[in-house]
Design a protein around this ligand. Structure first.
Ligand code: ADP
Length: 216
């Protein structure tokens, strides 16, 4: 547990954009009004959060989109981000033209409360050995983009676990393991949030995180 101040703060509260007290710390809420279920952990001075909710309501320097290789727009997170962010995001996606699986590209965040959207392409789950490294690589590319732009905060959805069919219990340790590996090294990031849509996703990530932290 060296270098790790482990703190879990399960919250069920109504948050606003005013400074509030969380687990003994005064912090500014970064989620729009509503009930929030989350837990926070500090690793090497970086806050790693699990938040149950909708990623378009999260305030962060970069919001990650679960995109497809054509950057063509779709359902799930992608649909929510393009709806909330406006047409500017798609205009930039069209100019870029595409992104290989396991990678990511940055665009404007349009009307979202972020500086950038990182469009990450996770693998379509096939049950082969390639799945894991492609998923890891998609997270790694987003984290590298955050460093390139010297960002302090970013929010990820659970890549590949919707339409792309990656089982949550297999995807969660890959996602969290990659983020933890990254924030243990020197980084501009101060906060990384995993935004989980629904109870089962939140629970899968909570369990995976507990296992990863117990091992370190
Ligand atoms: P993929 O094609 O990579 O599987 P999806 O968008 O279909 O991407 O789903 C990825 C994950 O994001 C799923 O677990 C899904 O439940 C979740 N999700 C869907 N909408 C949102 C949203 N607005 N905010 C956060 N997560 C979301």
């Amino acid at each position: 547990m060296k270098g790790m101040d482990l703190r879990t703060v399960p919250l069920r509260s109504v948050l606003s954009f005013h400074p509030i007290q969380w687990g003994g710390r005064k912090e500014r809420s970064f989620y729009e009004l509503g009930e929030v279920i989350m837990s926070t952990h500090t690793i090497n001075g970086v806050t790693l959060e699990l938040l149950q909710g909708d990623i378009v309501k999260v305030q962060a320097d970069a919001i990650v989109n679960a995109a497809n290789t054509w950057l063509a727009g779709g359902s799930g997170v992608d649909g929510a981000i393009h709806r909330a962010g406006g047409t500017e995001i798609m205009a930039e996606c069209r100019k870029i033209g595409g992104c290989p699986t396991g990678s990511a590209v940055a665009t404007t965040a349009g009307k979202l409360k972020a500086k950038y959207v990182f469009h990450a392409v996770g693998p379509i789950y096939s049950g082969s050995d390639e799945d894991e490294w492609l998923l890891k690589s998609a997270y790694q590319t987003c984290l590298a983009l955050a460093e390139q732009h010297k960002l302090e905060s970013m929010a990820f959805p659970s890549l590949s676990t919707g339409v792309y069919g990656y089982p949550l219990d297999l995807a969660a340790p890959v996602a969290l393991g990659t983020i933890i590996e990254h924030i243990r090294k020197p980084t501009s990031l101060r906060r990384v949030t995993m935004v989980l849509f629904g109870d089962s996703a939140y629970r899968a990530y909570e369990q995976a995180l507990a296992r990863l932290l117990a091992r370190s």
